[in-house]
Design a protein around this ligand. Structure first.
Ligand code: ZN
Length: 161
């Protein structure tokens, strides 16, 4: 089991580095991340959420688990409103508008190229996790009012904790 880093941890704001070689260490990390995601429980987990600066995430939206190594979103279109939360910002969620459709490319654990057209929920998970790998938290996707409210809650929490 790995520790999920929480809002305020600088590791969440640093863009991750591409995986150059898919070796046993990467496979072990992926296995540990999947376990940690299920235990949380969550539907997605990015490597920097467990303190590892590598560009990969795991997810399971009911047909997994899956891993995407070196993911890139190459196309995005449409608009979809969905209530989104994050394991690194526990207990909070916001309705966020993002593209409804994305095309994602990357590699699987065997190094095979992946090319996935995703809609709505799957597209949302992909965007959320790729954001993490770029050092972006969902807080930065909020509108101005939501963000002001979120900062207030998170500041109060930091003081309490
Ligand atoms: Zn998250």
């Amino acid at each position: 089991m790995l520790t999920i880093r929480q809002y305020g941890d600088p590791v969440l704001k640093q863009p991750t580095k591409e995986v150059e070689e898919i070796d046993g260490r990467v496979a072990k990390l992926v296995g540990d991340m999947v376990e940690t995601m299920y235990e949380a429980p969550g539907v997605g987990l990015a490597a920097n959420q467990v303190g590892v600066q590598r560009r990969l995430f795991v997810y399971d939206i009911g047909d997994g688990p899956h891993v995407i190594i070196n993911p890139r979103i190459t196309e995005a279109s449409g608009e979809w409103s969905f209530e989104e939360g994050c394991l690194s910002v526990p207990g909070l969620s916001w309705t966020i508008v993002r593209p409804s459709h994305v095309h994602l490319v990357g590699l699987d654990l065997d190094g095979n190229e992946l090319s996935i057209d995703a809609e709505e929920y799957q597209a949302r998970v992909f965007q959320h996790e790729v954001d993490h790998l770029d050092g972006t938290l969902l807080i930065e996707r909020l509108d101005e009012d939501q963000r002001r409210e979120a900062r207030k809650i998170l500041r109060a929490r930091a003081l309490a904790g």
